[in-house]
Design a protein around this ligand. Structure first.
Ligand code: B12
Ligand code: SF4
Length: 487
């Protein structure tokens, strides 16, 4: 069967995995892609009329249209799905994190015929096989169907236990659109054992409870190395970005991977670490293998907020110790920070500023808290009156994001936004200037234009490596868009 994925802004591994699973089962896949700056830089570009997508649909003549959907691109998915339905009579399926969390709402959209809940490879192959052979498909696990006024809800199948059994992601789909250049994204694991209250992982753990699934799955080192060797040859890869939620969770595995990576891949790489798991053996091994930069979530510098509200389970000492080890081995450190949690006071927010200024990361990312639907912290925010049904409806619709102003009715929203804006710049200013901002400045109301100027001034201080890569990728997408006429 002919399956057309529709996506925008950035390369997406979820789509690549589904495409290769479908190809392995003998189906034909392609991608209709709309470039833009929102997926990586939160910059709204001119509203698109999606013409290139409709043109691609007309040319490819798919039997099925497939959207992958995070919360923040849901408005775009709905708009494009509606445009497609107006012009073509082709079934549309939407999968990914947003429909997984709120299938009831997503399937209500009149242009969406099916949604996929949870992991998609097994489900999509079964569905497409059945559709192709004209067999009844309403009993396909993970898939919800809309038949007239009726919704058919199927349970989820167990998670894929052997990740090595999956074909490597079909990166060609995005490569031809210039979505990546010499840096590749890879995932060596799936799942995360922690239950941080603002993250989707505890929702997935609940979804799969009782299905006899192991939530945390790790690929064999041989499989990861084989995938990277392929990219090195095919895309002339110069750096690698491991996007695993908790890359260093299994110490023996990381140490073994580092050894073989050095011998067989030997490219600079980036990965995510968790402060409570960092030790000298791991960081030394990462360094020896070529790791040039690690990302580490601090989220809040106040241990009460971090451990009671966010359930991060890590102490300030662990964060400080981890950053000392990372610096000792001269690996660049990027931290992630969020301001404006429920009940967070300005003084607690200041602790996030202070811990960063103390450990001096090479760069840092700052966000305002966005209560993703169904997370424990969204529920808590509702209970405590920080959000109401109207805000929940906006989240369901995919409004806002964690780079914009908070959706919460937070008494210290202003301070949270000031701190989010100023911290990346402050981290690079001389220590003697910190006092200027840490006292009155963060507590005052500033004009949007001043805050926007600071945001622009801070751009060079966000992770330079990451910003540089993304900039290169955006340029490459534009070049392909305007010069190559890919179809
Ligand atoms: C890597 C990553 C990125 C990379 C993507 C790079 C790449 N080349 O893939 C980048 C940096 C670009 C990115 C950007 C964003 N990300 Co991100 N990202 C991730 C991360 C860490 C891994 C995603 C991944 O590849 N997973 C592995 C694949 C196999 O899983 P998957 O995508 O979920 O797909 C499976 C199923 O969902 C399902 N499925 C998915 N789509 C479809 C479609 C159909 C038709 C079917 C049948 C099934 C199906 O089947 C797939 C295979 O099993 C996740 C966290 C996570 N662990 O998943 C966050 C995550 C998805 N990102 C998130 C967010 C918020 C964003 C941004 C909005 C942030 C931003 N602006 O920078 C953007 C959104 C961009 C966009 N266009 O949507 C959130 C989404 C939360 C939410 N409720 O929406 C997550 C869950 C992180 C989190 N902890 O909150 N991200
Ligand atoms: S450690 Fe990271 S990925 Fe895991 S649950 Fe917490 S925030 Fe989510």
């Amino acid at each position: 069967m002919r399956c057309l994925f529709v996506f925008k802004s950035v390369e997406w591994m979820g789509v690549e995995y589904l495409s290769s699973a479908l190809k392995k089962a003998g189906h034909i896949t392609d991608l209709a892609f709309e470039s833009g700056l929102e997926g990586t830089f939160y910059i709204k570009t001119k509203k698109s009329n999606h013409k290139s997508i409709f043109k691609k649909v007309a040319k490819f003549k798919p039997d099925l249209i497939l959207f992958s959907c995070t919360t923040n691109i849901y408005p775009w998915v709905r708009e494009v799905a509606s445009g497609i339905k107006k012009r073509f009579n082709i079934p549309i399926i939407v999968g990914g994190i947003h429909p997984t969390i709120i299938p009831e709402k997503v399937i209500e959209d009149k242009n969406i015929d099916m949604v996929c809940v949870g992991e998609g490879e097994g489900a999509i192959v079964e569905l497409v096989n059945k559709m192709e052979s004209g067999r009844e498909c309403y009993h396909t696990r993970n898939i919800w169907f809309k038949v007239g006024d009726k919704i058919i809800r199927n349970k989820v199948r167990p998670l894929i236990s052997d990740l090595d059994s999956l074909p490597f992601p079909d990166k060609d789909l995005f490569y031809k659109y210039g979505c990546f250049t010499d840096r590749v994204y890879i995932m060596a694991n799936r799942g995360c054992p922690y239950k941080c209250t603002y993250c989707f992982n505890h929702q997935f753990q609940k979804l799969y409870k009782g299905t006899n699934s192991c939530y945390l799955r790790t690929r064999s080192i041989g499989s990861v190395i084989k995938e990277l060797k392929l990219y090195k040859k095919k895309y002339r890869t110069k750096s690698v970005h491991f996007y695993d939620d908790t890359f260093i969770l299994n110490k023996t595995w990381v140490l073994d991977l580092c050894k073989r990576y050095k011998e067989e891949i030997n490219l600079p790489f980036y990965c995510l670490v968790r402060a409570n798991l960092v030790d000298e053996d791991i960081i030394r091994a990462l360094k020896n293998a070529g790791c040039t930069c690690v990302g580490m979530g601090i989220e809040s510098g106040n241990s009460e907020i971090r451990n009671k509200v966010l359930k991060r389970n890590m102490t300030n000492d662990q964060i400080i110790r981890a950053s000392e080890i990372i610096k000792k081995y001269k690996i660049k450190l990027v931290t992630f920070n969020i301001f404006g949690f429920p009940d967070e006071t300005p003084l607690q927010m200041l602790e996030t500023m202070n811990i960063n200024l103390k450990i001096c990361p090479d760069s840092l990312f700052t966000y305002t808290f966005y209560p993703f639907y169904g997370t424990d912290l969204m529920v808590e925010s509702l209970k405590k009156g920080y959000i109401d049904q109207e805000v929940i409806d906006r989240i369901v619709e995919g409004t806002g994001n964690y780079a914009s102003e908070s959706l919460l009715k937070h008494p210290h929203k202003n301070e949270a936004y000031n701190m989010k804006v100023i911290l990346p710049l402050l981290n690079k200013l001389p220590r003697r200037m910190h006092g200027l901002f840490l006292k009155e400045w963060v507590f005052k109301k500033h004009s949007d234009s001043l805050l926007n100027v600071i945001k622009v001034l801070s751009i060079p201080f966000y992770s330079r490596w990451e910003a540089g890569q993304r900039f290169k990728e955006q340029l490459s997408m534009l070049r392909v868009h305007y010069l190559k006429n890919v179809s």
